[in-house]
Design a binder for this molecule. Structure first.
Ligand SMILES: *Cc1c(COP(=O)(O)O)cnc(C)c1O
Length: 354
């Protein structure tokens, strides 16, 4: 018998296997891709990489770019292999034993519970209200009662799409003293970010990603802004040269050219509103208002509907028996023709089963 660490055998494995979908709207990736101008620049940059060398100034340059864009310094920025790595490291840094409690809403990003367990911490889920709004008071109370070491908010929330106002996040930040991580993976699709609050609340961190709005899921790049003392501590949890140069230079190019993405982000938001109306018009479906690049839909026969979609080569995200997400499907917003096709198949199924 191999002697693995305690608890490892019981850890779930995040299943990333994929079918060859005709339409893939299950992981909130971009279905549009890089704007041609950006792609050209990316290819030029890639052709100039010093492949035999460990990363050198590329990491600091991207930190500097990102910091500057939000009115901070490069000392306030950390970059990770996707915001996933950053979130995992934050959980690691504030975990360590069962007395370290990590509080997050539920349902939310499913990895929070897994990262809490992996960090040997105690995960404390706070249930959302039936309309999926977070009761901020109850959240604050739970954080304080648990004497938590870390509170986590996903804003806008995945997979429910709902959002907290800046005032609500500030209410949380000002009523707790432990670390507060705000996961803004979908912030580009909504009206506001809480990054400006960092100046006032040095116990706050904001994580962002290139994987969703910036169509760069392949490169695995995310970043986090926080007080430099927090960044210094977190930096100790990473291995040296943890980011690879190809991903760094691609992310750097994308970040410099980020205004090129505005038309597609606007298109996705407009499509989201259009599709919300279309789905809402179908009998038996409940669509939750979303501030991200996906819609969450409740349908009594969600499993059967999902099977039907799979038959047509359409991949949506089904949550199976996950608590608070029974009979829910999450559908990423793609191009208009893809959205219409997904809707057409759902409409035919629903009308054939009513
Ligand atoms: C997609 C996602 C992330 C992480 O994405 P990366 O590709 O690792 O940057 C983090 N949080 C939420 C809520 C997400 O949906």
């Amino acid at each position: 018998m191999l002697n693995y660490r305690d608890g490892l055998a019981d850890m779930p494995l995040y299943d990333t296997r994929e079918q060859d979908w005709n339409i893939k709207v299950n992981a909130n990736e971009s279905n549009i891709g890089l704007p041609p101008l950006v792609e050209d620049r990316v290819m030029t940059r890639l052709s100039r990489i010093a492949f035999p060398r460990y990363p050198n100034e590329e990491y600091d340059l991207l930190c500097e770019q990102i910091g500057e864009a939000y009115g901070y310094r490069r000392e306030n920025v950390i970059i990770g292999n996707g915001s996933s790595e950053i979130i995992e490291k934050v959980f690691h840094a504030f975990g360590g034993n069962q007395e370290h409690r990590i509080v997050y809403p539920s349902p939310s990003f499913s990895m929070y519970a897994i990262y809490a367990a992996a960090a040997d911490a105690t995960g404390v889920p706070v249930p959302l209200r039936p309309d999926y709004q977070l009761d901020v008071e109850a959240f604050v109370q739970q954080v304080n009662q648990s004497q938590a070491s870390l509170a986590v908010i996903c804003n806008p929330n995945n997979p429910t799409g709902q959002i907290l106002t800046v005032e609500e996040v500030e209410y949380i930040a000002s009523h707790i003293s432990c670390a507060l991580l705000v996961d803004e993976a979908y912030a580009e699709f909504c009206e506001h970010s809480v990054i400006a609050l960092l100046k006032k609340y040095p116990h706050m961190m904001v994580a962002r990603t290139f994987s969703k709005a910036y169509a760069l899921a392949s490169c695995r790049v995310g970043y986090m802004l926080a007080h430099e003392d927090v960044i210094d501590m977190l930096a100790k949890t990473y291995m040296p040269y943890h980011m690879n140069v190809p991903s760094l230079v691609v992310a750097d190019t994308v970040f410099q050219m980020r205004t090129e993405f505005e038309p597609q982000i606007q298109m996705i938001c407009a499509e989201r509103e259009r599709m919300q109306e279309q789905y809402q018009a179908l009998t038996g479906l409940t669509v939750y208002p979303s501030h991200a690049n996906f819609l969450l839909i409740h349908y009594a026969q969600a499993e059967a509907l999902n099977e039907d979609l799979i038959r047509y080569g359409i991949g949506v995200r089904s949550f199976g028996k996950a608590p608070g997400l029974e009979n829910m499907l999450r559908i990423s917003i793609g191009r208009a023709d893809q959205n219409d096709e997904v809707h057409r198949i759902i409409k035919a199924f629903v009308e054939g089963h009513s």
